[in-house]
Design a protein around this ligand. Structure first.
Ligand code: DQA
Length: 158
């Protein structure tokens, strides 16, 4: 057993990525970097394993309904959701309502700093119902979110 993980029973994390994030690596690399989504997921998987996380699952979809369903089904199955909703962040009330309806904490992630880009990206309709937002740090936005989720789960199970 890893040091610091003793006594922690359940750590299940779901990583959700929304529209166009399947194109990472080739999509506007000057904004989003050159890592693919697979690269990011593998880094998260390694880090989660090192930290003694039981389960880390990944889903990317270009369809709003898939993400809504994944959030609905997360109840009782996951302790945390890490969510980069892509453009849905800025207008999907359905996603916001799903997050509000399910008692699983969500961390909102963005690779880019959405607050220093176009005006429409400064609005996040999910921000009021998530635990917090991390943006602007590229892959480190995901890593920071994972680390925070792990720390929070540890505190809750201590
Ligand atoms: C993004 C920012 C969104 O505005 C954009 O639509 C994306 C990616 C990010 O990770 O920086 O698809 O969520």
């Amino acid at each position: 057993m890893q040091s610091g993980t003793e006594g922690v029973n359940v750590k299940r994390i779901l990583v959700l990525n929304g529209p166009n994030l399947n194109l990472l690596g080739t999509r506007e690399p000057e904004i989003y970097g050159r890592l693919t989504l697979n690269d990011i997921n593998e880094l998260l998987r390694e880090r989660a394993e090192e930290a003694g996380v039981d389960t880390i699952d990944f889903l990317q979809s270009n369809f709003e309904g898939d993400l809504v369903e994944a959030i609905q089904k997360a109840r009782g199955r996951y302790d945390f959701i890490l969510l980069n909703a892509g453009a849905l962040t800025h207008y999907s009330i359905a996603l916001r309502d799903a997050i509000a309806a399910v008692p699983v904490p969500v961390i909102e992630i963005h690779l880019s700093n959405v607050h220093r880009r176009e005006e429409f990206r400064r609005t996040s309709v999910i921000a009021p119902v998530v635990m917090g937002q991390i943006c602007g740090f590229g892959i480190d936005s995901y890593i920071a979110a994972l680390d925070i989720a792990i720390r929070k789960i540890r505190k809750d199970t201590e």
